[in-house]
Design a protein around this ligand. Structure first.
Ligand SMILES: C[S@@+](CC[C@H](N)C(=O)[O-])C[C@H]1O[C@@H](n2cnc3c(N)ncnc32)[C@H](O)[C@@H]1O
Ligand code: SF4
Length: 394
C-alpha cells in the first residue's frame, strides 16, 4: 500500500468513491424450470402482490436508511418480475426515487419471461419508468423450449421482441442458452442465428449448467461433450462479434454503448442495495468497511421479517483478503479487466499490493498488468477458473 493513496481516502466519506445501484428480487414464476436454481418459487394460487410490495418497501427503508448516494442503475430480477403489474413496478420505482434519487440517465432493467408479457404490457412498463428489458428467450426452437420446461414458444419470444420495440424499448437484452439437451454444434449455431436475426442490442449467451438441487442435476439430459460445448461457446462469440455485438464479459455481448450498466457495475465492484427474498447486497460504509448481506430466501419468511433486521439472513464484513479477491472475481471476467482508479477507490487497497498478489500469474502471461490496468490475457481466458482458484485466499 502506498500511503498517499490510503491517506487521501481516509480524509473523506469513502462511500462517495463507490457508485451505488439497486437490485430488487421478485421471487415467483408460473412454473419452475428444471435447470433453474435461482431463488424462484412456483406462484401460489393468488400472487401476494400488494403484501409483497409493502414488504419490499419496508425492507428498502431499512436498506437505504444510512445511504446518501443516488442510484446509477436499478435491476428488477427474479423469478419472473413480469408477473407483477406495471402499477407495482411503478410504485417500487417511485419509492426508491423519492428516497435516494435516480441519476439522470439511470438504467432501469426489468426481467421479462416471454410467456407473461401480454399485449400492451411493454407500453405500461415503459410508462412506469423501465428503460431496459431483459427477455428470457432461452431458445427459438420449440422442441427445446418444451424440454426446458418453458411456458413460452418461439413465436411468443419473437412477439415479445416486436412488442418491446413497438413500445419504444431500444435497450433490449435476450438471454439464450446453448448446450441444450441433445443439441448439436450446428443446432446451437442455428439457434443463435435465429436470435441475431431479431437484432437485439444485447445478448447474454449462457452455457446450460446442471445445478445441484435441480431436476436436471438429478437426471441430467444427454448433451454434447465438453469439447463440443467449448466449440459452441467460441463459435457463438464469433457469430455475435460478426453481428456487431462486442463481448464485454464472458457471457455478455452488446452493440457499442448498449452494455448492461447494472451488471457491469457489479463486475466492477460497485455497491448495490439488494432487497427482496434472497437478494444479495454489497455496501461500503463511510469508514471504508465493506459489508455483504443476503435476505431470507423463502418468500413468506421474508415477508414476515421485512423492515426488520431479522430479514437479513447473512451479513459478512470483508477483510482485505476477501476484498481484493472478490473484486477480481468480477473484474477478470471482463476483457476490460479493472483500472487502477476503480480498484483503489472501490477496495481502499493499493495497486502495488494487488500486483504483488498477481505477480506469478503476470509472469506466466495469464494476466497482463500496466500502471493503470489489470486484465486477463488471451491465454488466461482459457484458464480463468484455475486463475481464480489459484488467487483465492486460503
Ligand atoms: C432469472 S432468469 C431470467 C428471467 C426469467 N426468469 C426467465 O427465465 O425468463 C436469468 C437467466 O439465467 C439463465 N439461467 C438460469 N438457469 C441457468 C442454468 N442452469 N444454466 C444456464 N443459464 C441459466 C437463463 O438464461 C435465464 O434467462
Ligand atoms: S422462469 Fe426464469 S427464474 Fe423462473 S424458474 Fe424459469 S429460469 Fe428460473
Amino acid at each position: 500500500m502506498t500511503d498517499p493513496e490510503r491517506d487521501s481516502m481516509a480524509l473523506h466519506d469513502r462511500r462517495l468513491d463507490v457508485p451505488l445501484a439497486a437490485y430488487i428480487h421478485l421471487p415467483w414464476c408460473v412454473q419452475k424450470c428444471p435447470y433453474c436454481d435461482f431463488n424462484s418459487h412456483r406462484v401460489p394460487r393468488q400472487l401476494p402482490e400488494s403484501a409483497y410490495i409493502e414488504a419490499l418497501m419496508a425492507d428498502w427503508a431499512l436498506a437505504s436508511r444510512h445511504e446518501i448516494r443516488p442510484l446509477e442503475s436499478v435491476f428488477i430480477g427474479g423469478g419472473t418480475p413480469s408477473l407483477f403489474s406495471a402499477a407495482s413496478i411503478e410504485r417500487i420505482l417511485s419509492v426508491i426515487d423519492h428516497s435516494l434519487g435516480l441519476t439522470r440517465d439511470c438504467e432501469i432493467t426489468l426481467e421479462v419471461n416471454p410467456g407473461t408479457s401480454e399485449r400492451g404490457a411493454f407500453a405500461d412498463w415503459q410508462a412506469a419508468g423501465v428503460t431496459r428489458i431483459s427477455l428470457g428467450v432461452q431458445s427459438l426452437d420449440d422442441s427445446q423450449l418444451h424440454r426446458l420446461g418453458r411456458i413460452h414458444d418461439a413465436a411468443s419470444a419473437r412477439n415479445a421482441v416486436t412488442e418491446a420495440r413497438q413500445a419504444g424499448f431500444e435497450h433490449l437484452n435476450c438471454d439464450l442458452m446453448f448446450g441444450l439437451p441433445d443439441q448439436t454444434i450446428a443446432e446451437a449455431a442455428a439457434d443463435l442465428d435465429a436470435l441475431i436475426a431479431l437484432d437485439p442490442s444485447h445478448v447474454s449467451y449462457y452455457q446450460l449448467t446442471f445445478e445441484p438441487g435441480t431436476p436436471f442435476y438429478k437426471n441430467p439430459p444427454r448433451r454434447a461433450v465438453d469439447d463440443d460445448l467449448a466449440t459452441m461457446a467460441d463459435a457463438g462469440a464469433e457469430r455475435l462479434r460478426n453481428a456487431g455485438l462486442k463481448r464485454y464479459e464472458i457471457s455478455a455481448f452488446a452493440v457499442p454503448g448498449e452494455f448492461c450498466r447494472h451488471n457491469d457495475h457489479v463486475w466492477r465492484f460497485g455497491d448495490y442495495l439488494g432487497v427482496g427474498a434472497g437478494a444479495h447486497g454489497k455496501q461500503t460504509q463511510a469508514n471504508g468497511h465493506i459489508e455483504r448481506t443476503a435476505r431470507i430466501s423463502w418468500p413468506t419468511g421474508y415477508q414476515a421479517a421485512a423492515g426488520n433486521a431479522r430479514a437479513i439472513a447473512e451479513s459478512r464484513w470483508l477483510d482485505s483478503d476477501d476484498t481484493w479477491f472478490e473484486c477480481l472475481l468480477g473484474a477478470l471476467r471482463r476483457p476490460g479487466g479493472i483500472t487502477r482508479r476503480d480498484f483503489v477507490s472501490r477496495t481502499g487497497l493499493s495497486w502495488t499490493s494487488l500486483l504483488t498478489k498477481c505477480h506469478h500469474l503476470i509472469e506466466r502471461q495469464l494476466l497482463n498488468a500496466s500502471d493503470e490496468r489489470l486484465t486477463t490475457t488471451q491465454l488466461g481466458w482459457a484458464h480463468l477458473d484455475t486463475i481464480l482458484a489459484d488467487l483465492e485466499p486460503t
